[in-house]
Ligand binder design. Structure first.
Ligand code: KG4
Ligand code: ZN
Length: 342
């Protein structure tokens, strides 16, 4: 455990289509985490509808904060600081959480801590349920693979809040590729879990989709593999064959996992990392988790499924370190976070 001052953080996350609030102690022990998902509402549009998302956040934010406090058996007076996702994300969604957090901080006279959403994802690896035996904390230097719907990045984390971005995607993020390929294959939204489910019945070696290694860089590219799936689908449709959807899903999934895994391992070796961290929505993917856990030659930290996709516990964890180490944004903060933050 860290020797930083103890603190109880209440965090709010509204960057996309989840309204979330959590209470966390000392950067690790989760007292409560509430996530109101809008997934069913956006499913009918096949993706997140920004205006609908922000209106839904307005409706959900108060009950979600109340629930998080009730579940933690605390009142606002028991909270030391408020953390909130500052960005990146949908402006109309972020503003709802930021205004709520600013209002609470101002009314309570408590510090306000702005958290970058990507930093939040990385800190999901520090969170564990209060009352349970905590697994070992990630050790620096840490090679962190962030794979979400909007980002795919390799960051070397040399200390708390200290990142060196080695590479990122040149086009689609890994999660975005999952979502687009799912749409191509007429699988339901959200695409990642649908591809995973369909792939369970499929042969990952039936189609050989390209792996963009981008040798000599730590960048990624996933638009090529997505386009290959599109061409394969068109070819099959031209021959009026019914689509072998599970095989297409499994082969696509395997191509993405191969690249994510190998590049992360190579980077870890090259930069002398002690351990690996994988976070973000795509880290919920079961075969990806299996590959990292069974084949990596380093200790691997992957958050539990509930903390892979968007949640406020991760924002509270990052918020704790920002608070305890004195990196506090204050009420003047705007939706303009920089990344990486060091
Ligand atoms: O981190 P996240 O909840 O939101 C962003 O910050 O973007 O990530 C959402 C992304 C979506 O693209 C979704 O399809 C993907 O994570 N995802 C998955 C799985 N669960 C969610 N991708 C692959 N396999 C999954 N099981
Ligand atoms: Zn996210």
């Amino acid at each position: 455990m860290t020797d930083l001052n103890p603190a109880r953080i209440l965090a709010i996350e509204t960057s996309c289509d989840e309204t979330a609030c959590a209470v966390l102690e000392n950067g690790r022990a989760l007292l409560s985490s509430v996530v109101a998902s809008q997934m069913d509402i956006h499913a009918r549009y096949g993706g997140v509808f920004p205006e609908v998302a922000s209106r839904q956040h307005v409706l959900s934010i108060m009950p979600v904060v109340e629930q998080a406090l009730n579940k933690a058996h605390l009142t606002l007076n028991d909270i030391d600081a408020i953390a909130v996702t500052q960005g990146p994300g949908l402006a109309g969604s972020l503003i709802v959480g930021m205004n709520m957090a600013k209002g609470m901080a101002l009314a309570l006279g408590k510090p306000l801590v702005g958290v970058n959403h990507l930093e939040g994802h990385l800190y999901s690896a520090w969170v564990c349920d209060a009352g349970e035996d905590a697994p070992p904390e990630p050790q620096f230097p840490l090679m962190a693979l962030l794979v979400s719907g909007g980002h795919t990045e390799l960051n070397l984390m040399t200390d708390h809040l200290t990142y060196q971005r080695l590479g990122s995607t040149l086009d689609d993020a890994a999660g975005e590729a999952f979502d687009k390929v799912a749409r191509l294959l007429e699988l339901p939204y959200p695409g990642g879990p649908s591809i995973q489910k369909s792939a369970e019945e499929g042969d990952p070696e039936r189609f050989h989709f390209p792996r963009a290694w981008l040798d000599g860089t730590w960048n990624f590219s996933f638009s090529g593999v997505k386009t290959s799936v599109l061409y394969e689908v068109r070819e099959l449709q031209k021959k009026s064959k019914s689509l072998p959807t599970p095989d297409l899903a499994a082969s696509f999934q395997q191509a993405v996992i191969d690249v994510l895994f190998k590049k992360t391992m190579d980077a870890a070796r090259e930069f002398g990392a002690k351990e690996i961290l994988v976070a973000g929505g795509v880290s919920a993917n079961r075969p990806l988790r299996q590959v990292f856990k069974s084949q990596a030659e380093f200790p691997v930290h992957i958050p539990p499924l509930s903390l892979c996709t968007d949640n406020a516990a991760m924002i509270a964890a990052a918020g704790y370190y920002r608070y305890a180490l004195g990196h506090i944004s204050g009420l003047e903060m705007d939706i303009l976070p920089t990344w990486p933050l060091s």
